[in-house]
Design a protein around this ligand. Structure first.
Ligand SMILES: Nc1ncnc2c1ncn2[C@@H]1O[C@H](COP(=O)(O)OP(=O)(O)O)[C@@H](O)[C@H]1O
Ligand SMILES: [Mg+2]
Length: 414
């Protein structure tokens, strides 16, 4: 027998309809959460994420009125009839989506100390915790600021600090990064793991930033129209069609996995994905303006670039670029905007010719080839499809390439 994992939260058959609404916001929710888990609540706007968090902290049904049914347990204690304030004392803290709703003091340090004072902590303890919490969100230097003078993102950090200062067992975060700039949001979400480790918290977070959270969360709960429609580890959930169908999207790495290794039944971390691609004999090469040779193993060379230089209007894009790709390879070109990916493809497709150096297609230098000579050798699909459409109909467009190769009209039609 392994060690028993403590269940921190259990939700049994909870439904809720806001007063005055016809549709239920939550429909028969059943959910169990273990101590120390980080759980991501995902779903489109209006799916019920905030409502579920309100059920947990007691704002539903104590503040939001309506038809409520079901039961909720916190560490095996039935808290269904316990109001939010008492739930806070038992070890829950919430960060609401809109920080203005939660800042109840004029001074930053007071706003953070507010909850602690209510919980009856000593002065020394309050000072220590306020300082720690403000440092945790990079806001210590603002301790004496007027809260009205803060930006929305800074306010959000103050509310986060106030929640962390309580050191709750269960931390509920409702889109906690909605006001933060991308760098702060990323730093905060990644720090959730450290917060969990150091303070031994369980965290439930409603968020749309899946890139960070898919690596931080242990579990994803997908909500749609008030129902839990999927519940499992991020690697599994983001490998399914469901997030796409719901229109909430995927972490970028999951998209890359779906594209490059579509038969994989989980989405892969970057290193795993690289290994998987190598296993499939894909060439992975970093494209820099000055690139080194790739040495793929296997069949004959399909494409060779030898010391290729290329410039647009005097601006060098490729400076002595060399690369060889064997027949049968599947190569992903990756690099930041402006690295030269499209230029490289156009050189291979014979749309551009090198200023210096040579491109070889199946050992033939493209210097002497014309666009029509490469039809049938290279198919090029541009970023913007309009670049290649010059026929009036879809039929003529598709037939064009075939006609260029001298294929007879009845074969073209087929
Ligand atoms: N205060 C409220 N009064 C009435 N209806 C509400 C209220 N808050 C949310 N709803 C409704 O409940 C449903 C779920 O909303 P919500 O929980 O806010 O979803 P999410 O947080 O996923 O965007 C929606 O249909 C929404 O319109
Ligand atoms: Mg919400």
């Amino acid at each position: 027998m392994g060690t028993r994992v403590a269940e921190i939260l259990r939700i049994d058959n909870i439904s809720f309809r806001y007063f005055g609404r016809t549709n239920e916001a939550l429909k028969n929710i059943n959910l169990r959460i273990n101590e120390n888990e980080i759980v991501l609540l995902a779903g489109r706007s209006g799916s019920g994420k905030s409502s579920l968090l309100r059920v947990i902290n007691g704002l539903i049904p104590f503040f939001y009125r309506g038809d409520f049914s079901g039961q909720i347990f916190f560490y095996d204690e039935d808290i269904t009839h316990i109001p939010p304030r008492e739930r806070t004392k038992k070890g829950m803290a919430t960060v609401l989506q809109f920080p203005e709703d939660q800042i109840l003091a004029r001074k930053v340090w007071r706003a953070v100390a507010f909850g602690l004072a209510n919980l009856g902590f000593s002065r020394e303890e309050i000072i220590k915790r306020v300082k720690e919490a403000l440092k945790c969100v990079d806001m210590w230097s603002f301790w004496d600021y007027d809260t009205l003078a803060l930006s929305a993102g800074q306010k959000q950090k103050i509310v986060l600090a106030a929640a962390l200062a309580i050191q709750p067992h269960l931390l509920l975060l409702d889109e906690p990064t909605s006001q933060l700039d991308p760098a702060s949001a990323q730093r905060f979400l990644i720090s959730l793991k450290i917060i969990r480790e150091e303070l031994g918290m369980t965290i439930i977070v409603a968020e749309h930033r899946f890139d960070e959270l898919s690596t931080v969360a242990d579990r994803v709960i997908l909500i749609d129209d008030g129902r839990i429609v999927a519940n499992g580890p991020p690697r599994k959930i983001f490998a399914t069609e469901l997030p796409g169908k719901l229109g909430i999207g995927y972490p970028k790495l999951a998209l890359l996995t779906r594209f490059l290794a579509p038969d994989s039944n989980v989405f892969l971390g970057l290193e795993e994905l690289k290994n998987e691609l190598r296993r499939r004999n894909c060439v992975i090469q970093r494209i820099d303006k000055e690139s080194k040779r790739a040495h793929p193993k296997g069949s004959r060379h399909a494409i060779v670039l030898d010391d290729v230089w290329f410039a647009y209007d005097g601006e060098w894009v490729l400076k002595g670029f060399s690369l060889s790709i064997r027949e049968g390879s599947f190569v992903a070109l990756m690099g930041p905007n402006g690295a030269g990916k499209t230029t490289l493809l156009k050189l291979i497709a014979c749309i551009h010719k090198p200023v210096k150096g040579q491109v070889f297609l199946f050992s033939k230098s493209t210097n002497n080839l014309r666009l029509k000579d490469v039809v049938g050798l290279v198919g090029y699909m541009p970023q913007n499809p309009e670049e290649i459409f010059f026929n009036k109909t879809v039929y003529d467009e598709i037939a064009f390439g075939l006609r260029m190769q001298g294929i007879k009209e009845n074969e073209v039609r087929r």
